[in-house]
Design a binder for this molecule. Structure first.
Ligand SMILES: Cc1cc2nc3c(=O)[nH]c(=O)nc-3n(C[C@H](O)[C@H](O)[C@H](O)COP(=O)(O)OP(=O)(O)OC[C@H]3O[C@@H](n4cnc5c(N)ncnc54)[C@H](O)[C@@H]3O)c2cc1C
Ligand SMILES: Cc1cc2nc3c(=O)[nH]c(=O)nc-3n(C[C@H](O)[C@H](O)[C@H](O)COP(=O)(O)O)c2cc1C
Length: 760
């Protein structure tokens, strides 16, 4: 390559120019920047200690200069409702954005990179003879916009407004502070980045910002407003803006940018032009610089530049998506801060610290054991117990039901029944999991009638023999463990009469099918599944009576909790989702109507279910398909269930329609449980890829859910909780007496492993 042109003199453009020049000393490398060298928006940027190691390897000179200009700190302070919560061990460094750019400018100059300032670049075609054009022109990238049909950007304008200010106040830690006005909450993200200066980003919801008239305020008036609101944290210092020379409002919306493609011919997007990460996790500059490293290593010496650009995209896309996902969780936490302000300061701060779902209880404990010990003491106190313990081992009361811990064996169909009869397999399966330490074991979806089954192997509860089969299991659980056992009742609806889970799931039986019912006459797999009959008045009465009878039998069997299955596209769920409920009568249309039949069933069942014993429902919080349930539906559903006396909402998602497009990941459905619990104030159970003790501790500790249901891990390890307790060194964990020697050995092994790790 002979000529490389970088459009934009921010971190992405300058750092790639430096690295290209180092890799290709004989090439002509140029940077074009519209501003002057010392103009810059914003004040400081922050890196984590970990990030810096990579930069040392890429360019020791600029790394050393950056480190020499760092302001370093370890603590995060959260000010909320007059309290200060401090946690340590976070290891951050701050640097002035201007200083960072000056370091890069000097380094680039020393290497012989050409730098042209005050040069507004229009069409990139003017650099026709360049071998590579690096579009590092930031979040509003002109080059990306000009070729939007190629890059296919997806730009999400987020719900908050923010203003990036400076101050001479020296914050002792990375500081978050929250203040409420008559129109809503404002927060600051503040940190010191040089000997005498700190950054203060003030952020609030768009509607709060507008209600205060801030959209009409001049920058000076905005600053005066922020000073008045956050004065108590500023130690008498003023706030300052350096954005006056920039166009537009001083208050910005964060734009989340994703692009389908990153390169077009020899033009390549990098940094904010390609993707953005919310400043809540402070990683935009890191992303931009790491893009530069990857671009140069894949392209500088590539025989085929196009293939090199594609390698760069593949390498960085994954990393960017991971960071964007963590940043999105944190960003949404800040957007919805009002949801969490009912929490006490300790839990509020813990919820903030763990909001990205990347840092959990164990990591915080590693960073600051004293802080985590305080969190555990506070949680214990609020749960009315003396001894602090990891959050997963806190008891929970729901009505008259007391659970010894927060781990639940999630309902899992065993497809092992004949004529709906729970038999030896079920006794072994549920019994082993109850003695395995979970606080609650939930049965598989147990069907209220023979033709309500999903498959011929599903358990049922419509006759006395089945009642007695279940009673044997319930009595085993109660007699041999402190666990409680819940009955999940359901009706398969249009997903019924299908093959066993390990055969062709969701496909009709080859023979012996039974007729199906649903909210509307829509087949699950068009052209494959049976078309159900849309329920009429007679069906409503029949199905309600079936649920009532099953609940009576369940009560007689001694179950502790009754869960109604209203998720995954089965009968009751088919009423809730607008994708499966196309009815034009009182049971279809707006969510209030779609809720009518599920609420009738809850009412009828509640009337026969023992009073002190709780009823829960399992829902699909999202259909993951266009036109499906939205957030307003979800909130309406949760409110209606709470009103109907439901004690717990188990929050799953999807499986409503076959063409769903869920976004999987660790703890991926937990944000829905969090939304319902903290907005609607009803206990929730989270589920979905929760597979480590640390996940449970963090979810419960942060108040994102009250219980965690764990499904597949319980298939490979019936004693999941016993193992987790040993790993967490929770010695007070109950074990079955015959297994106590196993407890002693396991705890010994855990100690030994910890000692060895410490020695390494
Ligand atoms: C409030 C706020 C706080 C942030 N805090 C942090 C933080 O703490 N840590 C962190 O790592 N990141 C932070 N970021 C993000 C960070 O600023 C960006 O992610 C980072 O600057 C991206 O670098 P870039 O080079 O891609 O884009 P930019 O830094 O935006 O640089 C693009 C450059 O291109 C120039 N340009 C644009 N168009 C043209 C044109 N047509 N002709 C010539 N020049 C042009 C611009 O003037 C600019 O200098 C924050 C961002 C915001 C908004
Ligand atoms: C084999 C199997 C059977 C399942 N059967 C049911 C069921 O009967 N009722 C139900 O509500 N969910 C059922 N599920 C869903 C799980 O309860 C759980 O929501 C899902 O597996 C996600 O949790 P996980 O990531 O911990 O596995 C089943 C899951 C599996 C793997």
């Amino acid at each position: 390559m002979k000529r490389i042109v970088c459009l934009g003199g921010g971190p992405a453009g300058l750092y790639s120019a430096i690295l290209f020049k180092k890799a290709l000393p004989h090439a002509r490398v140029e940077v074009y920047e519209r501003n002057r060298p010392d103009d810059t928006f914003g004040w400081g940027v922050v890196f984590s200690d970990k990030t810096m190691a990579g930069f040392r390897d890429a360019d020791p000179d600029s790394h050393d200069a950056i480190v020499g200009s760092f302001h370093h700190w370890d603590d995060i302070d959260v000010h909320f409702k007059g309290r200060l919560i401090r946690s340590g061990g976070h290891g951050f460094c701050g640097i002035a954005r201007k200083r960072l750019l000056n370091i890069f400018q000097e380094r680039a100059a020393a290497l012989g990179v050409g730098q042209t300032f005050q040069h507004e670049v229009g069409a990139a075609e003017q650099f026709a003879d360049a071998d590579l054009i690096v579009a590092a022109d930031g979040v509003n990238s002109l080059q990306r916009t000009r070729h939007a049909e190629i890059f296919k950007p997806n730009i999400d304008v987020r719900k908050c407004r923010f203003i990036w200010l400076g101050t001479e106040q020296k914050f002792p830690a990375f500081t978050f502070a929250f203040e409420k006005t008559e129109h809503g909450w404002f927060q600051i993200h503040a940190y010191q980045f040089s000997a005498g200066l700190s950054t203060v980003i003030v952020e609030t919801r768009e509607e709060t910002w507008k209600a205060h008239g801030l959209d009409r305020f001049s920058p000076d008036e905005s600053i005066a407003f922020c000073e008045a609101l956050f004065g108590q944290y500023l130690g008498g210092h003023r706030l300052m803006s350096n954005a006056r020379h920039l166009r537009g409002s001083a208050w910005l919306n964060f734009n989340r940018v994703l692009c389908e493609r990153w390169h077009h011919g020899n033009l390549v997007l990098i940094g904010d032009a390609a993707h953005t990460a919310h400043f809540g996790i402070g990683s935009g500059t890191k992303l931009a610089m790491e893009d530069a490293m990857s671009l140069v290593s894949n392209v500088a010496r590539a025989e085929d530049v196009g293939a090199g650009l594609e390698r760069y995209r593949a390498e960085r896309n994954l990393e960017a998506l991971k960071l964007q996902s963590a940043a999105r969780n944190r960003m949404e936490w800040f957007e919805n801060v009002a949801r969490y302000t009912h929490l006490e300061p300790e839990q509020f701060a813990y919820s903030l610290l763990t909001a990205s779902q990347r840092i959990g209880h164990a990591n915080l404990r590693l960073r600051d054991p004293k802080y985590v010990a305080g969190v555990e003491r506070d949680l214990a106190r609020r749960n009315g117990i003396e001894e602090a313990r990891p959050p997963m081992f806190l008891p929970l009361r729901l009505g008259d039901l007391e659970l010894v811990n927060r781990v639940v064996v999630s309902p899992m169909a065993q497809y092992s029944a004949e004529a709906g009869m729970p038999a030896d397999w079920h006794l072994m399966h549920y019994g082993a999991r109850a003695v395995g330490g979970a606080g609650l074991v939930v049965t598989e979806m147990t069907c209220v009638a023979a033709d309500a089954r999903i498959t011929p192997g599903c358990t049922g509860l419509w006759n006395e023999a089945q009642r007695d089969g279940w009673k044997r299991i319930v009595e085993f659980v109660h007699g041999h463990s402190p666990a409680k056992i819940a009955l999940q009742l359901g009706h398969a609806g249009r997903k019924g009469s299908t093959q066993l889970g390990w055969q062709e799931m969701d496909r009709p039986l080859p023979a012996g099918n039974w007729p199906l019912l649903s909210a509307s006459a829509l087949a699950y797999l068009p052209g494959v599944s049976q078309t159900p009959q849309a329920m009429d008045a007679g069906d409503f009465a029949l199905v309600t009576a079936q649920f009532v009878r099953a609940a009576e039998l369940g009560a007689a069997a001694g179950f502790d909790l009754l869960e109604l299955h209203m998720a995954h596209g089965y009968l009751l769920a088919s009423f809730l989702s607008p994708l499966t409920n196309l009815r034009r009568d009182a049971y279809g249309g707006p969510i209030a109507n779609r809720l009518k039949f599920p609420l009738e069933v809850i009412g009828a069942v509640r009337a026969v279910w023992p009073e002190g014993k709780p009823v829960s429902v399992r829902i699909s919080a999202s259909d993951w398909a266009p036109g499906g349930l939205d957030e307003a539906d979800l909130i309406a559903m949760a409110r209606a269930f709470k009103e109907a006396g439901v004690a717990l909402i188990s929050v799953s998602s999807g499986q409503t329609v076959p063409d769903q497009r869920p976004v999987y990941g660790r703890m991926w459905q937990t944000p829905f449980a969090d939304l319902i619990r903290n907005l609607v104030d009803v206990p929730t159970m989270a589920v979905g890829n929760i597979f480590e003790a640390d996940h449970v501790n963090t979810i419960v500790g942060a108040g994102r859910a009250d219980l965690c249901a764990i499904a597949r891990p319980h298939l490979s390890d019936a004693a999941w909780t016993l193992h987790a307790a040993a790993g967490e060194r929770y010695a007070a964990q109950w074990w079955p007496k015959p297994y106590l020697p196993g407890k002693a050995q396991l705890e010994h092994q855990v100690e030994r492993a910890a000692l060895l790790q410490g020695a390494v």
